[in-house]
Design a protein around this ligand. Sequence first.
Ligand code: SF4
Length: 393
Amino acid sequence: MTDDNQVSETVETGITEGGRSGAFRDVLSKNHARRGKPPVHFADLTDDERIAKAKELGLPKFRVRQLANHYYGHFDADAGYFTDFPAGKRDEVAREFFPTLIREVTRQVADDGQTIKTLWELFDGSKIESVLMRYPNRTTLCISSQVGCGMGCPFCATGQLGLTRNMSTGEILEQVRIAAAMMERGEVAGGPGRLSNVVFMGMGEPMGNYRAIVSAVRQISAMPPEGFGISARNITVSTVGVVPGIRRLAQEGMPVRLAVSLHAPNNALRDELVPMNRRFNVDEVLDAAHDYYLASKRRVSIEYALMRGINDQEIHARQLANRLNHYGDNWAHVNPIPLNPIEGSKWTASKPEDERRFLEILHNAGITATLRDTRGQDIDGACGQLAAKTNNA
Ligand code: SF4
């Protein structure tokens, strides 16, 4: 692949053209009308653009650094109360740099207050969600990068919703800032603490919104006042297997972890479960994932939703182990996760004994694998379900 433009275009638009090759499905939501763009936020601007905008407001350059200190250093976007700013300028700064991009609609709390799932409304009425999970040694935020998802995986609630639109960098980053502020202020059970990990595993296919997610990763990981100071090593970008996106991410030089949602070890099955497989098949996806491991030195996560009688049998575990061992030892970590089924769907969760057997076969083949934590299952399940229900309401 040498055509940079082609790579860039493929990554940027992801899957939004209704199947460029005709080999995969693009599900556009009925909500997919022209909605306009989200208001421009401080996080959407380069430093030069911030300085230029400040100048328009009659503010000198050093004020931009002050704003960055508030935003990244103190997780504070409430410019109306920035007492180090001239009182007469605060409202204007709030309006021009910090428009409200996400508004809390509902909050569901589980696991004794240590899991908080929030449904957010965006400027155009779209709904997305994020989940904050506190553990003894870390606190992880799972964020959304698109409204809905166009990948059309038939077992997934978000897949049924279709793709409405990409989120802006500001909309993505605001999920992180608010969670970091909640942790700092002690609003999550367990007292004040620090948001330590961010995973792009909420709604959407991150590689379908490549430019925005890379900008978000840079701003999450840079040290204040350029970013929130969460180590790139503690950030995970997931993908259903958009190969050009994986390859491009490998060249960014950021040690983020890659998670690949494989869900099936062979093409016949994966074609059915993950329509994107008809565009980039299992071999191409695993080749790219292994190359990512070589480039980043970060072990790749293989996500595998276990579905009863479909992909959870011994033969599937053996095929998966063979595929992974083909590339050598210790480069991938498998996370089987029991499927949280959509009501009325033919795809349902595996039997516990099948889950155990699946793990055992992987372990016996020398593959590291842990049944993924299903935090928050008691507050309405897996990725996308809460938003899917509300958007359809
Ligand atoms: S499983 Fe992931 S990639 Fe597939 S439709 Fe759902 S959110 Fe999109």
